[in-house]
Design a binder for this molecule. Structure first.
Ligand code: F6P
Length: 544
């Protein structure tokens, strides 16, 4: 028998967890709590203002011991050090993975190919700060001399999801007389709707693209350029209304953006890990440089926690291990992320790219096939809205859906009883999922016998609850880094490269082949499969 590494497994933690899971398969949270009245106090950790209750997972002390052993056996400690110290752990792209350097304090030295990268990070941050302040104060004037009122970020994937999420999450800290829009989709509707009420001479476009070659972003950027020039009647207007964020300075220059209006970053920042690089320029303009630095500080705090805290009290490591337990040993296929804070409404969408583009892999670092299930599907919606939509399935469906609840003790918008009602719902949901309602309890309420099975809640549904004080920029930084590190730790245990994304390539290449077939004036000779050929013909017909 082989383990997740393809090695002989007798005696490994993975194998021990497998047999442990089959022995304890019918563990009930109700029994676990009854047998240990202190469980809720014991299975929790608190660090840097984050309280994690993980007691409502189907684990015993033995499970946790084995999971911690798994982390040790997979060499996690060494891999954490390798990441933080700039080793090229993104093996398939031969790159270092240093989003942690984006929030390293000034003066710290991290070397990539013998060069310190932290000084460069702070240089860009300083330039971003000067530029952001100019826009915020109205000192950056457009082509006609008017101040900028609207900022439009054009980007996709990591060059969009982080900025959108952070803008929504930190709206409370935003300069309200500036309008922010985000254009990502190549669907023209995205561009049309985002710009339909904007004044060109008061609009600043930030073209955000690590590669500056991405089809969607380049298409939207060219459309934006034409939109602006058309309205202002002068090519020269581009200089005052376009800035770029990219690692590809050559391509930016070819687009016609002044080098002084380019904010760079580096190949050791993965797209989905880039919201705290210059890709966060729209965030900085929205919340101001000081708040942006607080966001970075929050992430750095989580970085230090992850790097230095023993695994049994290490929040990302514990959450990573519990995720592995639920996914690989209890058969859960998804994770629902349920923030009970309206400002975090885009957090699940942001996490989808972070987690699934990182760990949706079926091949290990050494090229052999993974034997475990990797990368669960992340999804979610803010509470309480989800309760009135998909929670039914989580409570009474046939699938196991582990949940991450996220809540805050202090609201940003105190309004009567709203916050207590909101938080009561978080706790109630986690309680109901864990303990359910037995047939006897249902009967005792006078329910007719035929209705009893419909009203039973089996319970035993696992969840984590993360409780923090307030959704500040720093708290958001902590949350972002927390999930980044969960993803990393899980990738280490599965022995996959969490930092490449070869899986997005094939569709892009095929699309390039199909575009001319859709646009050709004459009937193209099609050599795809019969389904794709028929769809192309039907589209051409409909379009004609
Ligand atoms: O297609 C996937 C992807 O490469 C993501 O990894 C990345 O975040 C996104 O496209 C955008 O890439 P870029 O910033 O280079 O435009």
């Amino acid at each position: 028998m082989t383990d997740n590494n393809g090695n002989r497994t007798e005696g490994t933690a993975w194998e021990a967890l497998k047999s442990h899971a089959s022995r304890t398969g019918d563990l009930q949270l109700r029994d676990l709590f009854a047998a240990d009245p202190q469980r809720g106090e014991r299975l929790k950790v608190e660090a840097d203002g984050i309280y994690l209750d993980y007691s409502k997972n189907r684990v015993t002390d033995e499970t946790m011991g084995l999971l911690l052993r798994l982390a040790v056996e997979s060499g996690l400690a060494g891999k954490i050090e390798a990441m933080f110290s700039g080793e090229k752990i993104n093996v398939t792209e031969n790159r270092a993975v240093l989003h942690t350097a984006l929030r390293a304090p000034q003066g710290v030295r991290i070397l990539v190919d013998g060069q310190d990268v932290v000084a460069g990070v702070h240089e860009v941050l300083d330039r971003m700060s000067v530029f952001s302040d100019k826009v915020r104060r109205g000192d950056w004037k457009g082509h006609t001399g008017k101040r900028i009122r609207s900022v439009v970020n054009i980007g996709i994937g990591g060059s969009d999801l982080g900025p959108v999420m952070a803008y929504e999450a930190l709206r409370r800290y935003c300069q309200r007389d500036l309008v922010f829009r985000f254009i990502s989709n190549v669907d023209g509707t995205d561009f049309a709707e985002a710009t339909q009420d904007l004044e060109a001479d008061e609009t600043l476009f930030i073209v955000s693209s690590k590669t500056f070659t991405t089809l969607e972003t380049m298409t939207n950027a060219h459309t934006a350029r034409a939109w602006l020039v058309d309205r202002l009647g002068d090519e020269k207007a581009v200089g005052k209304h376009f800035v770029a964020v990219s690692t590809n300075l050559k391509a930016v220059a070819a687009f016609g953006i002044e080098p002084t209006n380019v904010f760079g970053f580096w190949d050791w920042v993965g797209g989905r890990y880039s919201m705290e690089s210059a890709i966060g320029l729209s965030t900085m303009i929205a919340i101001g440089p000081e708040n942006f630095r607080l966001l970075l500080d929050g992430s750095h705090q989580m970085d230090r926690h992850f790097r230095s805290t023993p695994f049994e009290r290490n929040i990302p490591v514990l959450m990573a291990l519990l995720g592995i337990w639920n996914n690989d040993f209890l058969g859960a296929e998804t994770v629902a992320v349920l923030p009970y804070d309206q400002y975090l409404k885009r957090f699940p969408a942001y996490l989808q790219q972070l987690t699934m583009e990182s760990n949706g892999k079926h091949v290990r670092l050494d090229g052999s096939r993974v034997h475990a299930a990797t990368g669960p599907v992340y999804w979610g919606e803010p509470g309480t809205n989800g309760q009135h939509s998909f929670y039914q399935l989580i409570h009474q469906g046939t699938r196991l859906v582990p949940c991450d609840f996220i809540a805050f003790t202090k609201p940003l918008n105190p309004l009567g009883r709203h916050h207590d009602l909101l938080v009561a719902n978080v706790f109630a949901q986690a309680e109901a999922l864990a303990f359910g309602k037995t047939a006897d309890q249902v009967r005792a309420e006078g329910t007719p016998e035929w209705l009893v099975p419909h009203r039973v809640f089996e319970g035993n549904r696992p969840s984590n609850t993360l409780l923090m004080e307030t959704l500040t920029p720093g708290a958001l930084g902590q949350l972002v880094a927390l999930y980044e590190h969960i993803v990393f730790a899980q990738g280490c245990i599965w022995h996959i490269d969490s930092f490449d994304q070869w899986g997005v390539e094939l569709g892009k290449i095929l699309a390039q082949r199909i575009v001319p077939e859709l646009e050709s004036a004459t009937e193209p000779a099609l050599t795809h499969d019969s389904s794709t050929n028929a769809l192309i013909r039907r589209y051409r017909q409909g379009r004609a």
